[in-house]
Write a protein that binds this ligand. Sequence first.
Ligand code: GRF
Length: 216
Amino acid sequence: MAKLKVGILISGRGSNMAALIRAAQAGDYPAEIACVVSNREDAAGLEAARKAGIPTAVISHRGYPDRETFDRDVSAALEKHGVGLVALAGFLRIQSAWFPEHWAERHINIHPSLLPAFPGLHVQQQALDAGVRVSGCTVHFVTPDLDAGPIIAQAAVPVLAGDTEETLSARILRQEHLLYPLVVRWFAEGRIAIADGRVSVRDIPPGATLLFSAEP
Ligand code: GRF
């Protein structure tokens, strides 16, 4: 069967992108990374994508008159590569409503908190400030409302005494790198359905949409 073509949008380091590329290198993985698009020329992830032989494109948001015109060009670049799923991976541009509507139910994001707690920026610091004992990451469908689309899966980690933004971010990131490839696999296998804004994942073990790591 033809593999699902995934387009990844990045703005920076691209470690989640790299995790998806690595996963897709396995012969039995049901998705391939068709292209990586960055809005920033200096995104470190671009180099890693090129090294892995993945087509890349830089579409700088500067010089665009409005968000939608930029979004339409990004979308055209993805469509040129036959993309069937858009995965945001540290893409730091707020999109116009046009993009998530155009890619509805084919557009996912990873966010470093257990949404709906702590949307937006400085997410791990928000978790530390709130004094929560558990945090983690969430993969969700993207809708026009920021960080608020239907949740597909989450991974939880402890917040430990003495944690800093750096230590907590690193603990969460290790889980991000496991969770994102897992969700993309389920999507490619056609297991994921949305009804009334709620996601169900067919034929996986009970509880598999929640990872938990007690690792410090
Ligand atoms: C990750 O923490 C991701 O959850 C958030 O932005 C960060 C991107 O990191 N959306 P990377 O570029 O994938 O390393």
